[in-house]
Design a protein around this ligand. Sequence first.
Ligand SMILES: [Zn+2]
Length: 210
Amino acid sequence: MVALANDASTEIERRVRAFCSDLNNRIPLLTVPPGTPDLRVIRCRIAPFNAGSAVRTPRQQAEFVSSNRSWVCWGAHMSDRARHVRLTSHGRYVADPRALFGAHFPLFTRLWGNLMRLHGLRNFRSGHGWGEGDGYHLELPGARIGRSDVRAQACLEEYVRITRLEGRPRNQRFERSYRDALAPHLERVLPAQRMTPNPPPVSGPGQRLL
Ligand SMILES: [Zn+2]
């Protein structure tokens, strides 16, 4: 069991499950006027494996970036040290806890942040407390892989491949932010004549790119 307990994926799962368990016990104790919202039906649980919660291969991470669901090639999912949770209310997914809790949202985020601290969890920015923008992402401290890590480099390469050769959408914000990191991969993947940042649209019938 010692080996298992030291395994990163086991550790993040253990902490996130304990976090949700505590949250489920404590949410009903928040002091809000009765029924606004009904705290007894709010549940936290770890997100399903196939919802992007667990470990991602470089190819999968590149697909997340391409579809605007991630903004880095070096996130904590690549090292299997991050999980997503989800809140439900009456069994239905809560996409926006701020809307659910309304004026009591700060009360909720204070509890959320305290429990993150208690269980040694960080938000998607590797910081403390509710991570506005990707609140359901929880990770271990120091979970990020380096940009020079072989997995991050493989993700950059896959990103270039799927967006330049396979017709997947480009993540403009990602490309602006990490132009330098992408440059060597663009050079390697693309033939010299197609090395423009935004190749002009193909005109005329019969012509096609790869
Ligand atoms: Zn995430």
